[in-house]
Design a protein around this ligand. Structure first.
Ligand code: ATP
Ligand code: MN
Length: 296
């Protein structure tokens, strides 16, 4: 599933945490990793009133970048092939361009998690890459506890769409690699039918959605049967992102694997609203998978 994994660092503790997760993936999948950092020379140049950026200064930025990269490379398993590169440019653009040019199978990004109302995907870097990249992305939010990556329980929320189906495949592969259990979850979306009357959905509508949910969950189970992965299934009712987050919390989920889009599937929205909200608040890392355009 993953042969080449891209790790990005800006030297922050958060990016180191994310990289550790990426390295765990690399080890489990026997993938090669590339570790990069992007030096924004132009922004750094803004510090100088006149005269621009000196070659010495650029050099010092480069060696600082290389140090940040090396710190992560040192954490790699001895069996993992590691290559590194210091890039110059605007971080969000450079990472995106690099990920696509070199066709990585997975990009790992750290996001600064803040509890509460604040936006979680900080700086535009993670957000920009998640919205625009065609590559599956593993985002790891900054958090205090559970720093060592472990993947025992993987949540795969599905709305039965092809996007979700794509994510199921990733969830199962990851589960196989880490010998984890997959939790398939379908949420009967009460919000779309009766935003104000969550408890009063017409019975016929609820029944239809439940049937759809069962089909979606069975699809996961039948896919899982082709592997050695154990599955647990659940069908709940409510607002999808809230149910997904609550489930992840209650079941101590280690990874959520979901589609970049779902049933609405409008590409003009660069990211589906369920995934966007889960990314902002997830207690665990999230692997978001975009459906390849070629499949359409
Ligand atoms: P939107 O709902 O914002 O109009 P969308 O339907 O294209 O857009 P999302 O709802 O964000 O996109 O779907 C993204 C992913 O979220 C899906 O691939 C699936 O993994 C998960 N998901 C969405 N809805 C549900 C649901 N009702 N139950 C379980 N998982 C869901
Ligand atoms: Mn949706």
């Amino acid at each position: 599933m993953y042969d080449e994994i891209l790790l990005t660092t800006d030297g922050t503790e958060c990016s180191v945490q994310a990289a550790k997760h990426g390295l765990a993936f690399a080890e489990a999948f026997d993938a090669a990793v590339r570790i990069i950092t992007v030096i924004n020379v132009q922004a750094a140049g803004g510090l100088f009133d006149a005269g621009g950026v000196t070659a010495d200064y650029v050099e010092s930025l480069e060696s600082r970048g290389q140090k940040m990269i090396d710190e992560i490379a040192d954490l790699a398993a001895p069996t993992t092939t590691v290559r590194t590169e210091v890039l110059k440019g605007i971080p969000s653009d450079s990472i995106l361009e690099y990920a696509e040019k070199e066709s990585f199978d997975l990009v790992v990004l750290g996001t600064h998690g803040r509890t509460g109302v604040q936006r979680v995907l900080t700086g535009s870097v993670a957000e920009h890459v998640i919205r625009h990249a065609d590559v599956p992305i593993l985002t790891v939010r900054e958090r205090d506890e559970r720093v060592e990556p472990s993947f025992e329980r993987i949540l795969v929320p599905t709305d039965g769409s092809e996007y979700a189906q794509q994510a199921v495949e990733h969830g199962l592969s990851v589960a196989e690699a880490f010998d984890a259990t997959v939790h398939a979850l379908y949420v009967v979306d009460t919000g779309i039918i009766a935003p104000r009357l969550e408890d009063h959905i017409p019975e016929t509508v609820r029944a239809a959605l439940e049937t759809e949910g069962k089909t979606a969950i069975e699809a996961v189970e039948s896919q899982a049967r082709r592997t050695s992965v154990e599955t647990v299934t659940s069908l709940t009712e409510g607002v999808p992102e809230r149910e997904i987050l609550a489930y992840a919390d209650e079941h101590d989920i280690d990874l959520i694997t979901m589609g970049s889009h779902g049933r609405t599937g409008l590409d003009r929205f660069l990211l589906g609203s369920t995934t966007e909200r889960v990314l902002r608040e997830a207690p665990s890392p999230v692997l978001s998978v975009r459906k390849p355009v070629t499949d359409e």
